[in-house]
Design a binder for this molecule. Sequence first.
Ligand code: GDP
Length: 202
Amino acid sequence: SILHRAVFTTSAARLDQLPAPTTAEVCFVGRSNSGKSSAINALTNQRRLAFSSKTPGRTRLINMFGIPDPVEPGAFLGFLVDLPGYGYASVAQQAREEWADVLGAYLRERSSLAGIVLLIDIRRGVTELDRRLADWVAPTRIPVLALLTKADKLPYGQRVRAAASVKKELADLGALTALPFSATHRIGLEEAGAHIENWISP
Ligand code: GDP
């Protein structure tokens, strides 16, 4: 997978610090502890590309990973963008609201955004904060891949039911794929990777 070639390129605390939107971007969003960093690391086949929300100091930054262009040295085919998780119990209300503003602005305004990967803990399902995010995304018509993480914790039948219920709850999103996923057990890994690759390099 071309995703395996991903390299860290940029950290930014604010949207105006991001590089100009030139090539396709795929962003990763989800609650803290949803399994977002584990998913990025599994998809890129790297152990510590993305850092867990449990890692102090790294969580408030937007991190970008470039997919190098195999033909043109120094150029990138596209970027994976790790957006800070939401819903931390320990973060003050004002900081949460500020982050919600940044996230909303990014999703509405980032012109290079080709797709959104939404991480949802399969046992937790769609939460109020996920719903709020979906309300920002729906009018943009940007396609969404919902990865139902930690799928290894449920038997097969329940995984399928969980995916169907997420599909139903987020039906207002334009193009939505909901996929049971496990970083540890590699469930849905190839399918998710192919889906994301297709956004970057159709
Ligand atoms: P983040 O905060 O969203 O980046 O979440 P992490 O990737 O750090 O994962 C949060 C917790 O869930 C950690 O304890 C992980 O070990 C666990 N976790 C992540 N992915 C999986 C998975 O596929 N299966 C299982 N069983 N646990 C997982």
